[in-house]
Design a protein around this ligand. Structure first.
Ligand SMILES: *Cc1c(COP(=O)(O)O)cnc(C)c1O
Length: 393
């Protein structure tokens, strides 16, 4: 394809042709029988991809931030205590959302690229319990896209459960790319956006809520402080479509829902375990290439580096704008840093969804072009060799 650039940022990503075809198809009524079928099937497939036995899926027009907002609005009542496990920029966004709905937020943080230990999180849970009441909910960012840090969701959710907190997982950069067993791990809400590992153009906010979360919402004493996001409005709609009946509150994003159903079908056809293994192998290849060039990475330990993106640190003397322009000239779009205090010190490579080894190799080759353009001295081709060896391991 002429003038094609390879999009390797942490969302939006490269999409499968069959998914994109749905975006260009004639838009039907949201009450058309084949739309009702696609919507209902997408809800059922979400439950399977989230590995939830009895969770309630929601498909809303909006972005990942709306999905975060929606869980916050429906679960928080003014004065509730909430705990945020902070692994970066998006964790901190969650704290701001919860505060907006009147929560008293406690944040357990780590230095950029680190993650708070389970014992620190447990100490915060214990302290709140001793003061009486405890936390109504805790939030975990499964992969914080600003730091490429992967949280220990099973470990943290077990703690949350033990202290009676609802466990909300921001899975915007993880769902369908990282292992997530919603029911087995005791997660109460897992949410994402369409444009990341789910593999659909931007515009859908996707959530699955456990029955415990739905009960907590139903037991509220005060109204939900967000009209659009209120589950009172959406729960009957989701239930109707899953029962293959039409219903209306706000017009669904018709083409995006068709596209979502196609992508979820592809995810199931690949198989969840195979998909997670492919993401892990792509990540291994990418990270081996980065290391072979002498570059460090933002996550402080390889054990908690995400598999859906990589965050390489610039070597001394290489600057972000120049580097990204060189990479762009080599045909690949990458992202700059996002975490405020280290923003200029690193860049980000997304490798999720439809990504293949060839995309990683093209990306590493463009990274080499960028480094060379910025005057960094290394042996050309080093990262490609390392990535291929890591892939074959
Ligand atoms: C991208 C992202 C978001 C925000 O999603 P938008 O669709 O940009 O609103 C939230 N959390 C995480 C972890 C993300 O990666």
């Amino acid at each position: 394809m002429k003038d094609r650039t390879l999009l390797m940022i942490p969302g939006p990503i490269e999409f499968e042709p069959a998914v994109l075809a749905e975006m260009g198809a004639p838009t039907t009524s949201h009450l058309a029988p084949h739309f009702i079928e696609a919507f209902g099937q997408a809800l059922e497939r979400m439950r399977q991809v989230w590995q939830s036995t009895d969770g309630q899926p929601f498909i809303l027009a909006g972005t990942g931030t709306l999905a975060m907002d929606c869980a916050g609005a429906n679960l928080v009542e003014p004065g509730d205590k909430a705990l945020v496990v902070d692994t970066g920029y998006f964790s901190q966004r969650y704290a701001a959302i919860l505060e907006r709905y009147g929560a008293q937020v406690t944040i357990v943080s780590a230095s950029p690229g680190g993650r708070p230990g389970l014992e620190e999180v447990e100490a915060a849970l214990q302290a709140a319990a001793l003061q009486g009441g405890g936390f109504k909910l805790m939030t975990i960012t499964h992969v914080d896209t600003s730091t490429a840090v992967l949280a220990d969701v099973p470990g943290l959710s077990a703690l949350g459960r033990r202290y009676g907190a609802l466990v909300v997982v921001d899975g915007v950069c993880s769902v369908a790319g990282e292992q997530l067993k919603m029911s087995e791990w005791g997660v109460d809400v897992a949410l994402t956006a369409s444009q990341k590992a789910i593999g659909v153009p931007p515009g859908l906010a996707l959530l699955v809520a456990s029955q415990r979360a739905i009960e907590a919402f139903q037991n509220r004493k005060t109204p939900v402080l967000n009209y659009y996001a209120d589950w009172t409005n959406w729960l009957p709609i989701m239930q109707a479509y899953e029962a293959r009946k039409a219903s209306y509150f706000g017009t669904p994003a018709v083409n995006l829902v068709f596209a979502l159903n196609v992508s979820l079908g592809q995810i199931q056809a690949e198989g969840l375990e195979a998909r997670f293994a492919r993401h892990a192998a792509l990540s291994r290849a990418c990270k081996a290439g980065i290391t072979a060039l002498g570059l460090g990475q933002v996550p402080l330990q390889p054990e908690f580096a995400a598999h859906t993106l990589s965050a390489p640190r610039f070597p001394a003397g290489v600057g972000g704008a120049d580097f990204l322009a060189w990479v762009g000239k080599a045909g690949v779009t990458l992202a700059g840093g996002l975490y405020p205090s280290i923003r200029t010190e690193y860049f980000r490579i997304g490798h999720m969804g439809a990504a293949r080894l060839g995309d990683i190799l093209a990306t590493l080759s463009a990274v080499e072009q960028g480094l060379q353009g910025c005057g960094y001295v290394f042996e050309l081709g080093r990262s490609l060799q390392a990535a291929q060896s890591a892939w074959n391991d």
